[in-house]
Design a protein around this ligand. Structure first.
Ligand code: UDP
Length: 140
Protein backbone atom coordinates (compact mmCIF):
# COMPACT_ATOMS: atom_id res chain seq x y z
CA UNK A 1 0.00 0.00 0.00
CA UNK A 2 1.37 3.40 -0.97
CA UNK A 3 2.16 6.15 1.51
CA UNK A 4 -0.22 9.02 0.72
CA UNK A 5 -1.53 12.20 2.33
CA UNK A 6 -4.90 13.39 3.48
CA UNK A 7 -6.34 16.56 4.94
CA UNK A 8 -7.91 16.76 8.40
CA UNK A 9 -9.67 19.42 10.45
CA UNK A 10 -10.16 19.26 14.20
CA UNK A 11 -13.47 21.15 14.34
CA UNK A 12 -14.56 23.93 16.76
CA UNK A 13 -16.53 21.59 19.07
CA UNK A 14 -13.31 19.65 19.72
CA UNK A 15 -10.96 22.64 20.13
CA UNK A 16 -13.50 24.25 22.51
CA UNK A 17 -13.33 21.14 24.73
CA UNK A 18 -9.51 21.13 24.58
CA UNK A 19 -9.43 17.84 22.64
CA UNK A 20 -6.74 18.74 20.07
CA UNK A 21 -4.20 16.44 21.73
CA UNK A 22 -6.67 13.60 22.34
CA UNK A 23 -7.89 13.63 18.72
CA UNK A 24 -4.34 13.87 17.37
CA UNK A 25 -3.29 10.91 19.53
CA UNK A 26 -6.07 8.79 18.01
CA UNK A 27 -4.88 9.78 14.52
CA UNK A 28 -1.28 8.93 15.40
CA UNK A 29 -2.27 5.64 17.05
CA UNK A 30 -4.08 4.76 13.80
CA UNK A 31 -0.77 5.00 11.94
CA UNK A 32 -1.03 8.54 10.61
CA UNK A 33 1.78 11.10 10.94
CA UNK A 34 1.05 14.83 11.29
CA UNK A 35 3.29 16.44 8.64
CA UNK A 36 1.67 19.90 8.85
CA UNK A 37 -0.55 21.53 11.46
CA UNK A 38 -1.87 24.98 12.29
CA UNK A 39 -4.57 26.46 14.48
CA UNK A 40 -6.68 29.02 12.63
CA UNK A 41 -10.01 30.78 12.96
CA UNK A 42 -11.65 30.36 9.56
CA UNK A 43 -13.32 33.32 7.94
CA UNK A 44 -16.84 32.96 6.53
CA UNK A 45 -15.37 33.16 3.02
CA UNK A 46 -12.84 30.40 3.77
CA UNK A 47 -15.54 28.09 5.18
CA UNK A 48 -17.92 28.74 2.28
CA UNK A 49 -15.15 28.07 -0.22
CA UNK A 50 -14.05 24.92 1.55
CA UNK A 51 -17.57 23.48 1.68
CA UNK A 52 -18.60 24.77 -1.78
CA UNK A 53 -19.57 21.22 -2.85
CA UNK A 54 -22.31 21.33 -0.19
CA UNK A 55 -23.64 24.77 -1.31
CA UNK A 56 -27.07 23.42 -2.24
CA UNK A 57 -27.47 21.24 0.86
CA UNK A 58 -29.93 22.44 3.56
CA UNK A 59 -27.23 22.37 6.24
CA UNK A 60 -24.71 24.54 4.31
CA UNK A 61 -25.38 27.86 6.09
CA UNK A 62 -25.37 26.38 9.58
CA UNK A 63 -22.30 24.27 8.82
CA UNK A 64 -20.34 27.36 7.75
CA UNK A 65 -21.48 29.19 10.89
CA UNK A 66 -20.38 26.27 13.04
CA UNK A 67 -16.99 26.01 11.33
CA UNK A 68 -16.35 29.71 12.02
CA UNK A 69 -17.67 29.60 15.61
CA UNK A 70 -14.21 28.99 17.08
CA UNK A 71 -10.68 27.91 16.23
CA UNK A 72 -9.96 24.80 14.20
CA UNK A 73 -6.73 22.85 13.67
CA UNK A 74 -6.02 22.05 10.04
CA UNK A 75 -3.60 19.20 9.46
CA UNK A 76 -1.94 17.21 6.73
CA UNK A 77 -1.70 13.53 7.64
CA UNK A 78 0.62 11.03 6.00
CA UNK A 79 0.49 7.25 6.10
CA UNK A 80 -0.29 4.10 4.16
CA UNK A 81 -3.58 4.61 2.34
CA UNK A 82 -4.05 7.81 4.38
CA UNK A 83 -7.52 8.81 3.10
CA UNK A 84 -9.12 5.48 4.04
CA UNK A 85 -7.12 5.08 7.23
CA UNK A 86 -8.32 8.51 8.39
CA UNK A 87 -11.95 7.89 7.36
CA UNK A 88 -11.86 4.61 9.29
CA UNK A 89 -10.61 6.17 12.53
CA UNK A 90 -12.99 9.17 12.13
CA UNK A 91 -16.14 7.02 11.98
CA UNK A 92 -19.51 7.75 10.36
CA UNK A 93 -20.68 11.36 9.86
CA UNK A 94 -23.43 10.89 12.45
CA UNK A 95 -21.84 9.78 15.73
CA UNK A 96 -24.98 7.73 16.44
CA UNK A 97 -23.92 5.50 13.52
CA UNK A 98 -20.17 5.57 14.23
CA UNK A 99 -18.35 2.42 15.33
CA UNK A 100 -16.93 2.02 18.82
CA UNK A 101 -13.38 3.31 19.15
CA UNK A 102 -13.70 5.91 16.39
CA UNK A 103 -13.06 9.62 16.98
CA UNK A 104 -16.65 10.61 16.27
CA UNK A 105 -18.11 7.87 18.50
CA UNK A 106 -15.74 8.94 21.28
CA UNK A 107 -16.00 12.72 21.02
CA UNK A 108 -18.65 14.05 18.61
CA UNK A 109 -21.57 16.06 19.97
CA UNK A 110 -23.87 15.50 16.97
CA UNK A 111 -24.10 15.16 13.19
CA UNK A 112 -22.89 18.74 12.66
CA UNK A 113 -20.50 19.15 15.61
CA UNK A 114 -18.76 15.89 14.79
CA UNK A 115 -15.24 16.86 15.87
CA UNK A 116 -13.29 16.07 12.69
CA UNK A 117 -13.20 16.47 8.92
CA UNK A 118 -11.29 14.13 6.63
CA UNK A 119 -10.90 14.14 2.85
CA UNK A 120 -12.96 11.51 1.02
CA UNK A 121 -10.59 10.86 -1.94
CA UNK A 122 -6.98 11.39 -2.97
CA UNK A 123 -8.15 14.02 -5.47
CA UNK A 124 -10.03 16.00 -2.82
CA UNK A 125 -7.15 15.58 -0.36
CA UNK A 126 -4.82 17.35 -2.80
CA UNK A 127 -7.33 20.17 -3.35
CA UNK A 128 -8.05 20.59 0.38
CA UNK A 129 -4.35 20.51 1.36
CA UNK A 130 -3.60 23.22 -1.21
CA UNK A 131 -6.54 25.29 0.10
CA UNK A 132 -4.86 25.71 3.50
CA UNK A 133 -1.14 24.95 3.14
CA UNK A 134 1.79 26.15 1.07
CA UNK A 135 4.09 23.30 -0.04
CA UNK A 136 6.89 24.54 2.24
CA UNK A 137 4.61 24.29 5.31
CA UNK A 138 4.43 20.50 4.88
CA UNK A 139 7.40 18.67 6.35
CA UNK A 140 7.33 14.93 5.78
N1 UDP B 1 -23.36 17.79 8.13
C1 UDP B 1 -24.45 18.33 8.78
N2 UDP B 1 -25.69 17.75 8.58
C2 UDP B 1 -25.86 16.68 7.77
C3 UDP B 1 -24.75 16.13 7.11
C4 UDP B 1 -23.51 16.72 7.30
O1 UDP B 1 -24.32 19.31 9.52
O2 UDP B 1 -27.01 16.21 7.64
C5 UDP B 1 -22.03 18.40 8.33
C6 UDP B 1 -21.10 17.55 9.21
O3 UDP B 1 -20.31 18.43 10.02
C7 UDP B 1 -20.25 16.84 8.17
C8 UDP B 1 -20.11 17.92 7.09
O4 UDP B 1 -21.39 18.55 7.08
O5 UDP B 1 -19.03 16.40 8.70
C9 UDP B 1 -19.78 17.41 5.70
O6 UDP B 1 -20.71 16.41 5.35
P1 UDP B 1 -20.26 15.08 4.62
O7 UDP B 1 -21.50 14.42 4.12
O8 UDP B 1 -19.19 15.40 3.61
O9 UDP B 1 -19.68 14.16 5.80
P2 UDP B 1 -18.20 13.74 6.24
O10 UDP B 1 -17.42 13.48 4.99
O11 UDP B 1 -17.64 14.89 7.05
O12 UDP B 1 -18.39 12.51 7.08
Amino acid sequence: MAVTRTFSIIKPDATRRNLTGAVTKMLEDAGLRVVASKRIHMTKEQAEGFYAVHKERPFFGELCEFMTSGPVVVQVLEGEDAVKRNRDIMGATNPADAAEGTIRKTFAEGIEANSVHGSDSDENAAIEIAYFFKPEEIVG
